[in-house]
Design a protein around this ligand. Sequence first.
Ligand code: ATP
Length: 538
Amino acid sequence: MSDSQPPDQPQNAGPSKSELKKLAKAAEKEKRAAEKAAKQQELAAQQKAEADIDCAANLYGALPLNQSQSRPRRPRDKIADLSSRVGEIVVLRARVQTSRAQGNKMVFLNLRQTTDTVQALLTVTPEKVSKQMVKWTASLADESIILVEGNVTRVQEPIKSASVSDVEIHVHQIHLISGIDGRLPFSVEDAARPDTDLETSDVQYNRVLLETRLNNRVVDLRTQTSQAIFKIQSAIGDLFREYLSSQGFIEIHSPKLQGAATESGASVFKVGYFKGNAYLAQSPQLAKQMAIAADFERVYEIGPVFRAEDSNTHRHLTEFIGLDLEMTIEEHYHEVLEVLDSLFLRIFRGLREKYSKEIAVVQKQFPADEFKWREGPEGTLRLNFHEAVDILVEDGVPREDLDDFSTENEKRLGRLIKVKYDTDYYIIDKFPIALRPFYTMRDSEDPTLSNSYDFFMRGEEILSGAQRIHDPAILCEAMRSKGVDPDSMKPYVDGFRMGCNPHGGGGIGLERVAMLFLKLNNIRRASLFPRDPKRLEP
Ligand code: ATP
C-alpha cells in the first residue's frame, strides 16, 4: 500500500450536487439558444424563399402547343409599322435573330419579320420583369419564334443593326411559340453578309458557301436578302400578268406531259407513263401556237419549263419558270416586239416604283449599279443582229467568231452597249434563220435572216421570240430542213392546215429576269428550290 491517500477518501470526488444543478441549467440554456438560432435560420430561409417567388411567372415561358384551342382575336402588329406606333403597346410574333444579355438584369433581342428587324429589350423591373424572366429570355436559341408584348419607345441614336432603327420595344411579356430542335447549319446573320464584308473586315466572319446554302435552303431563304428576292420575283409575275391582262391577253395552262419529244429531242426529259413513256414540255411553244390557231388571239402562260441540258452554268436550270406569250399580228411582227418591250418597261418601272425597299435590301448583300433602261422618245435601244456583230468586230472580235454569240461575246456586247448607249436593256432583231428553231418565219427580203429577236438585260439573254410560220406547207418544209418529221407532230401541223392567223410571241425566263435585274450573279439565288444537272433536292 502506498502512504499517499486512504482508499475510502479519494481526493477527486466529482462535482457537488449544487454544481451539477448549475451545469444542467447551463446545458438547458445552450439548448434553447441553439433551438432559437435554428428557428431564426428557418425563418430567414422562408423569408428568402418568399422573396424569390417570381413576380412575373405568368409573363414569360413556352406557350402550349397551338392546336387552335382558342381564338381571342387579339390584333398582331408588324415590325415594319412600329416607327409610327411610338408610345403604344404592341403585340407581335417574330423570330429571335440574335440575343445578347448584359449582366443578369438586361437582355437585348434583335427581332425579325421577313425583311424587317427591330431591337427589343428586357430590363429587370420590380413587380414587372423578374430576374428569372430575363434569364429565360437570354437562354432563347437564335431563330426561336416568340410572341412579345411591349411598349414602342423612340431611341436617341439610330440602331444600326435593325432595319427599323428609330424605335425599340420595351418588352413586358414574352412567350415561346416554336423553339429550335438541334443546331442551325449556319446563322441567318452570316448568310446575309455581303462578300465585301468578308473580304474587308478585321472580324473573322463565317463564309456560307452557295452549296451549303442550297443544301439548307429553308434557313437561307429566311435572310432578309432572300425574302426580298422572292418578293421581287413574285412582283415580276404579277406585273407580267397585270400588263398582259390589260392588253386583252388571257392566261392559259398548257400540259407539261407530252406524248412525243417535240422541238428538239435532245433536251427533253423522258418519264415513265404507265406502260410507256412521256416527255416533259421544254416550253409551251406548240400549245400556245395551237391556241392561236384556235382563235384565242392573245395568250400568256406562267409555268414550269423543263430542259434536259447538262449545262452547269450560272444561268441555266433544268427546271425554270417560263413567262410566255403569243399573239396574232395584223401587219408586222414588230407589233409583238412592241408589246414585249412595253411589258418589260412596265415591269422595270413597277419594280422601281413599288419595290425600292426590297431592291435596297438585296443591294446590301449584292452591291450592284442600278439597272438602267432608256425612257422617253428615244425608246428602247434596238439593233439588228449585223449591227451588234459590227460593234463586237470594232472592239476586236474576229468576224468569223460571230456566226452566233457565245456567252462571253454576249456579255462583251452588253458592256460595249452600256458604255455607248448607257442602257442595261436592249433588243437585237433579225437573227440569222440558221440560229433559230424550225417554226421561225424567214425575212421576206433576205432568206438568210429571220423575223426573230432576243431581249437582253446586263448583257445576257432574257427573252427569245419571233414571228412564227402559220402556213402549213412552209412549216413542213422548215421542219424537214431541220430534220423534224412533220408527221411526228401531226396535231400541231394540223392546227395550221385548218387556217391560222399570222402570229408571233416570245418566252422569258423568270429567274433570269430576277437574277439580272438584281445582279445576283447566279440564277440559283433567284430560284426557290433550284433544279440543275447536279441538284434535285431539297
Ligand atoms: P440560252 O441560249 O441562254 O441557253 P435558249 O436560247 O435556249 O437560252 P430559249 O429556249 O429561247 O432559250 O428560252 C427563252 C428564255 O428562257 C431565255 O431567254 C431565258 O430567259 C430562259 N431560259 C432558257 N433556258 C433556260 C435555262 N436552262 N434555265 C433558265 N432559264 C432559261
